[in-house]
Design a protein around this ligand. Structure first.
Ligand SMILES: [Zn+2]
Length: 454
């Protein structure tokens, strides 16, 4: 760095030298901070190879909790433990949780392993347990009911951990779809100056009436934490066979008259809409319902979330109606085999980033974390070179600059933040992601380093 740059930054600026190529800060347009936070509140025993390591992990987790605090975990799988695959016993758990109540759900969710304090707290009789110290099926739910909900403080801690993990993946902004619980936590963290990235919050349609009463509109908040739109589900998912398809399969979650009513109310309240639509029929219904409202108000930016299967006839309508395609390229990697099996007739035009791009649609990319990994570099790879490597309809891949735009300026536009972030330009915030090879080297938000590789 030359002396000119140092003086331009101001005499007391901290100088940080970072290697790597520079990208505008990466922006995830669709994830769920609340689920990420809740994950951080449970000890994860998935894929732990031995019983000894599982118990060690529970011990390390329990030691950070207050005395008497519940140890909640999931994912253990005794059949996979190499050292001792026998069924787990309560006294082993007692030995590592320091007298705390503990419930650890098995990988399949059908059984739970309890400490003796948990057995007492749940008031279990001998006949409720099978064998002693474990419960099965409906008894798992019964014990869960006595586990107190996480305190605000614990939830904030889980959320902050999730945000820091995102910063380590190079993320500078996110657009989260969550209940008000996450928004309350985000506000607490924000007022304490602790948010390591910018967050735009969209809320479930069940909160629309409250938002209408308050008169809150898209964009309310500041450049760190803002409110954007209303999330509504038109259909289900490919994995659960509930994506609503033009061939008549799948499930209608939000009927068309209710959808039209919701969009009319949102347009009137100057709230944007984020419409979850995965199957080609759900996507068409979303476009049909949005069409009469094109340009409803100055910052009307309706989005279709996922848009995993779009009928080719509907592709040009995104641009024509001004609808943003909010997609998660990493879903294609995870869903490929399922799509070939469940959608044989339409897989060749599913996850159709290229046709949407060519038809002038604005793409906003995200991860849908924790459904998939949040790393934007993995998403960029999925959208660009993965299809060729995988031999899966490579003509639907997009060039790298277009994928980067979808993770920066496109995502910023989809959250109404294009005048603040999304490009490297004078007058915009200094949000940067440094990349070296396929690794994130550092993350900068508003000129502040939020993460850097050790
Ligand atoms: Zn989602």
């Amino acid at each position: 760095m030359g002396p000119g740059a140092r003086s331009a930054a101001g005499g007391d600026a901290e100088v940080v030298e970072i290697e790597g190529s520079l990208l505008p800060g990466l922006h995830d347009a669709h994830l769920h901070l609340e689920w990420l936070a809740l994950r951080n509140l449970t000890v994860d025993l998935q894929d732990v190879p031995t019983r000894r390591q599982a118990l060690a992990r529970v011990r390390a987790w329990a030691e950070r909790l207050p005395a008497g605090g519940w140890v909640v975990g999931r994912g253990w799988y005794n059949d996979g433990w190499r050292d001792d695959p026998s069924w787990p016993r309560p006294e082993e758990l007692d030995a590592v949780v320091g007298g705390r109540p503990a419930i650890l759900t098995r990988k399949d969710g059908h059984s739970a392993w309890l400490s003796r304090a948990a057995v007492r707290a749940a008031g279990l009789r001998a006949e409720d347990q099978d064998p002693p110290g474990t419960v099965k099926e409906t008894m798992v739910q019964a014990v869960r009911k006595v586990v107190p909900e996480a305190s605000d403080e614990a939830f904030d801690r889980g959320l902050l951990g999730a945000l820091r993990a995102l910063a380590a993946k190079g993320v500078t902004s996110v657009h989260t779809m969550d209940t008000p619980r996450a928004f309350r936590s985000l506000q607490r963290l924000h007022s304490a100056g602790r948010l390591p990235l910018r967050v735009t919050w969209s809320f479930p349609a069940s909160e629309l009436a409250a938002a209408e009463r308050i008169g809150i509109r898209s964009g309310w908040g500041d450049d760190t934490l803002r409110v954007w739109g209303v999330k509504a589900f038109l259909d289900g998912s490919l994995g659960s066979r509930t994506a609503e398809m033009l061939d008549g399969s799948g499930t209608t979650v939000l009927p068309q008259d209710e959808l039209r009513d919701l969009i009319r109310r949102c347009a009137g309240a100057e709230l944007n809409v984020c419409l979850h639509a995965i199957g080609d029929r759900a996507v068409r219904r979303a476009l049909d319902a949005l069409e009469p409202h094109a340009g409803a108000w100055r910052r009307w930016r309706p989005r279709i979330e996922h848009a995993q299967c779009v009928d080719p006839a509907d592709i040009p309508r995104f641009k024509a109606i001004g609808v943003i395609a909010s997609m998660q390229p990493i879903h294609a990697v995870a869903d490929r085999e399922l799509a070939d099996r469940e959608w044989p007739a339409v897989a060749g035009h599913s996850y159709a980033w290229r046709p949407l791009l060519d038809a002038g649609a604005i793409l906003a990319f995200g991860s849908d974390a924790p459904v998939e990994d949040a790393a934007p570099l993995a998403g960029i790879d999925a959208a660009t070179s993965w299809r060729r490597r995988a031999g899966w309809h490579p003509e639907l891949a997009i060039p790298r600059p277009a994928a980067l735009r979808a993770y920066t300026s496109g995502a910023a536009y989809a959250a109404g933040a294009e005048k603040q972030v999304g490009r490297l330009a004078a007058g915009l915030y200094c949000d940067l992601t440094f990349v070296e090879g396929d690794q994130v080297a550092a993350t900068v938000v508003g000129g502040r380093v939020t993460w850097r590789r050790a």
